[in-house]
Ligand binder design. Structure first.
Ligand code: FES
Length: 103
């Protein structure tokens, strides 16, 4: 779906997307990693379960919310990759959001 443009000056880094090692470049945002790897989504809507993907790439739409280094609802378009980073597609409500919805 998305392909990287050649950038011979950037250093390669390894990040872990849903547990799998994938390559990124220093200066990439996390959203670009999500968009380059199937299923190209960041999270599922907690109510409908429908897939959502980065859209605005400027911190406005919130469609890029993902779990980054264990922190849920991180805006992937506003977060730069770093070596060894853990990125997970968010498939459920963060625990903090579930409080008060159990009863
Ligand atoms: S893509 Fe819109 S807030 Fe990140």
């Amino acid at each position: 779906m998305f392909e990287r443009l050649p950038d011979l000056g950037a250093d390669d880094v390894t990040v872990y997307l849903d547990g799998a090692a994938v390559s990124a470049r220093a200066g990439d945002c996390v959203a670009s990693v999500l968009l380059r790897h199937a299923p190209h989504i960041a999270h599922r809507n907690p109510v409908s379960g429908r897939p959502r993907a980065p859209f605005c790439m400027m911190g406005v739409c919130m469609e890029c919310a993902a779990v980054v280094d264990g922190v849920p609802s991180t805006l992937a378009c506003q977060t730069m990759v770093r070596e060894g980073m853990s990125i997970e597609r968010q498939t459920s409500l963060p625990d903090v959001c579930k409080a008060g919805h159990d009863g």
